[in-house]
Unconditional design. Structure first.
Length: 137
């Protein structure tokens, strides 16, 4: 069985946002076992798996990314869309545009403290389109 759906996440401000529940609400019932692949169709945001219990992790990750890839660096050539644009592309490359998550007993087989995150790197990124591909039996 292969099923594919596309949906949009609600717009979020710049930051690291736990979206596991929002994603699951868009999905059909998951198979007994299989794989879920998620692709974000944008070049200035990313998807990640990380700690889902302590919100300080999200805050710290956002700060790390902002220090790692600062805005207004004098060597950026791509600057037409604002000071957050080129850094958002670089951060997106670092984090990645897709996740593959095992499905076991019709549930995402995540670790106890893992959640799916939207890493929104733009100040006003808008809604973000996700393609979910479910492979299972």
């Amino acid at each position: 069985m292969i099923e594919q759906i596309e949906f949009a996440l609600n717009p979020k401000p710049r930051g690291i946002h736990l979206v596991t529940g929002e994603i699951l609400r868009h999905l059909p019932p998951l198979p007994g076992k299989g794989i879920l692949n998620l692709l974000i169709k944008h070049t200035s945001a990313a998807l990640a798996l990380n700690e889902n219990a302590d919100p300080d992790v999200r805050h710290d990750l956002a700060g790390i990314f902002d220090r790692l890839v600062p805005e207004n660096a004098p060597y950026y050539l791509h600057t037409d869309e604002g000071s957050d644009d080129m850094p958002s592309h670089a951060k997106s490359v670092i984090v990645g545009s897709s996740l593959t998550i095992p499905v076991t007993s019709a549930r995402l087989n995540l670790g106890t403290w893992q959640g799916v995150y939207l890493c929104e790197f733009r100040d006003y990124g808008g809604s973000r389109k996700i393609v979910a591909t479910i492979l299972g039996e």
